[in-house]
Each structure stands twice: as structure tokens, then as C-alpha cells.
Design a protein around this ligand. Sequence first.
Ligand SMILES: Cc1ncc(COP(=O)(O)O)c(C=O)c1O
Length: 463
Amino acid sequence: MRREIRAEPYRIKMVEPMTLPSRERRVARMVEAGYNPFSLRSRDVYIDLLTDSGTGAMSDLQWAALLSGDESYAGSDSFYRLEQAVQAVMGFRHVIPTHQGRGAENVLLSTLMPEGGKLVPNNMHFDTTKAHVLHKRGEPVDLPVPVAYSPSVRQDFKGNMDSEALESLLSRRRADVPLIIMTLTCNSGGGQPVSMANLREVSQIAGRYGVPFFLDACRFAENAYFIKEREPGYAACSIGQIVREMMSYADGCTMSAKKDALVNIGGFLATNDPALYRQATVWAVLFEGFPTYGGLAGRDMEAMAQGLYEVIDEEYLADRIGQVAYLAERVRLAGAPIVEPPGGHAVYIDAGALLPHLKPYEFPGWAMSVALYIEGGVRAVEIGTVLAGRKAGTGEHDHPRLELLRLAVPRRVYTHRHMDAVGDAVAAVVEKKRQLPGLFFTYEAPVLRHFTARFGTLQEWPG
Ligand SMILES: Cc1ncc(COP(=O)(O)O)c(C=O)c1O
């Protein structure tokens, strides 16, 4: 029987020209950038897989929605359209727009942990969440299931929280835990999904101990798609039904709309708790703006509202997750080991395993990011020692368990042929893997060093 080919479920109405700079130019740009891909200008990048955050393409209906933006300071129609979209798609009653996800984290944590010294459990904190907990003088506690740290083991829901570890923590330290957060999908763990069963279980534990339970919902629709595909009992449900059930287990969520609301900027805090909402609006006014605009233009809220309806479309999600899986297959064929199975928004190459001749303090993930740009003009991001920074007490590198290179795929931006080009670039890096040198810092900022660092190479870069 003839196989039915499913191509991208959209056609392209507008194009943005780009080009692959010559190898000579790529080497020169990388040297000028101090071997730091963050310091490259985007015009020198061919395929940009630095992040999937705020880099997606909006639909024609989202662009059209911009024109109906109501730019009133207070009570704009655009806010009410956003509120309605969050109520319809997620089921939360109260909504506070914020300039992006970390704005929502700041408002939520300012509300729930005003006086510091508290423990915040999460399946795995994303950097901004961790930074906000630390900023509030709290302690972020990662409680992933143990298999999250085994990159080659294929399991369906490696983003789950270790519910026994959570129960044990609460039984000993309930008074020190102001909230529980679950990150969907689990970005720091490889974009791995959380199962409905795990959400239900964590929600029950939170309920038993009377602890507020919030979702970091950045990639909620991708998580829902994995539940439909992998979890018994959900194959016949629509994505909309699955999303509403997921959200029903939580007291609210923080959201970076730059991911699964399909916009380039924006976020929100949503909750069902009217008292928490009232308290949060106080902080929102201070940090973000009046509670009906929260640092956003009316037109931004219009595009977000439309994006929330579009992202739960199953055909869109099948294409999105399918494209990441396609890239994963190309990377495997190129001979690079990846975190298995691939997650929803990115492929994570196990650079530590690919480049065993480089010690963690020679930054294998970073060396691979430099090589990928030089070989194919592809920009990706290290998730390893450089990103992790130094330990507060000793000043030593805070080596993570894995040295990874993340290839994050922007939404609706690149085609499968672009993914083929990335696969070829990875193959070219794999061919030279034994010659790739380690790196050392020539400049290192005291915080968030990866953004501005400069490096030297321990040997000459291979030609
Ligand atoms: C899981 C997760 N939480 C929070 C954030 C922060 O969102 P934003 O960049 O919009 O502040 C991100 C962004 O990448 C994320 O991936």
C-alpha cells in the first residue's frame, strides 16, 4: 500500500533570506567571538538552534490579531481576550500577564515565599526558576525520577517527579516548603514529558500536605501530545481534553508564552485561587505593570491568545514533535549519541560520551558547539560545565552529571531539509571528533558566565 506522506501542515507566505557563510568566514567569526556562539551575530548563523524560546513563526491569524490590539492602560479588550483563551484552553480562572516566563516566576515566588529560607521541590528546575528561588534566599530541590540521569535508557516519561522522594521531604520538612513546581516538559532533563499519572500523584501528595502546586507550563501542549501518544487511556482524547485534565491537578501555572503560546515575547501567571491572585497582583504592579497588561502591549496579548488556541491543534503538534524526532534520527545516523528518547523541543547530544578525550574541565559540550558552527554554520547551546558555573563555597566548577549540547528547534521556522543540513554538520563534527581540542577561559564573568565568556583552545583548531 502507498504510504501517505505527511508534510508540514502549513505553507509559507513570507520568507526571510539567510545564507551559509563560507568556512573561512565562520572560522574568523568564531575566533572574533572568543569561541562563544552567544557572541556571534545572527546574520553569521545559517541554522540557529540556540533556543526554541521566542524564535517561532507566527501564523497569519496571529499577525492579523496584532492589528486588533487595544492599547488602553487599564481594562483593555486584548487582556480579556487573553484571559478568555487561558480559561478556555487551560481552565484557570485568574490571569496576570507578564513580560515573559521569568516575570511570572518572580511574581509567584515573591507572593509565596516572602521571607526566604524555604525549600522548593521541582522535577528539575530550569535556570530562571532556580535563580529566582535562590534570589528569594530559598533552596531549589530537584526531585527527578532516577532514570532522568541515564541518557541512553529509553523510557516514556523521564520528566516525572520522584513522588516517594517528595513524600519523604514533606513528611520531614512540610513547614519549610511553600510550593511544589512541576516543569512540563522537563527542559533541564532533556525536554522529557511528565505523565498524567505522575501529575495526579504529585497533586494528591500536595493536597494531603496542604502545599500549593504550580506547573511551569512553558511546553504544556508538547507534554499533552506525549501523553496522548504514550500513556494508556489517552489515545482517544483530544489534546484540549488532556491539557484541561493536566491543569486540573494544579493550583495554577507560570507560563513563558515564547514557547507554547507561539509568540516572540510574553508570559503569564494563572491561578484558580482568588486570594493568591489578589496578593500576586500587588507584586505584578511593582515588577511588571498594571494587572491587565503586565509589561505587554495589547497586540502582544492578542497574538498570545490566538497562539494558545493554535498550539493545541493535533496536526501542528504531530509535525512539531515529528520534526524533533526526525532531527534525532539524523543525529543518530551521523554517529552522535543523544539523550533517549528525544524530547519535545530539542535533541540533546551526549558530548561527554562523544568526546571522551576531553575532561569535563576542558568543556566537551562547548567544544562541540564551536565545532558545529565551524563545520556547518549551525548554532546550538552547551548544557554542561560552562552553563553550570562554579560552586558557591569552593569556587570549583560545579560539574553536572552530563555534558550535553542542545539543538533546540524553533516552532514552524525550519523545514526537514534544514534538519538534513544539521545532520550533515553533526556528521562532519563526528568525523573530526578525535582532533577537537578542549577550551579554557580567557574571560569569565562571576554570574551566568556562559553568556559573555571568552575562550582559548588547548591546541590548534583542526582545519
Ligand atoms: C522550563 C522553562 N521555564 C521557564 C523559562 C523562562 O521563560 P522566559 O525565557 O520567557 O523568561 C524557560 C525558558 O526557556 C523554560 O524553558
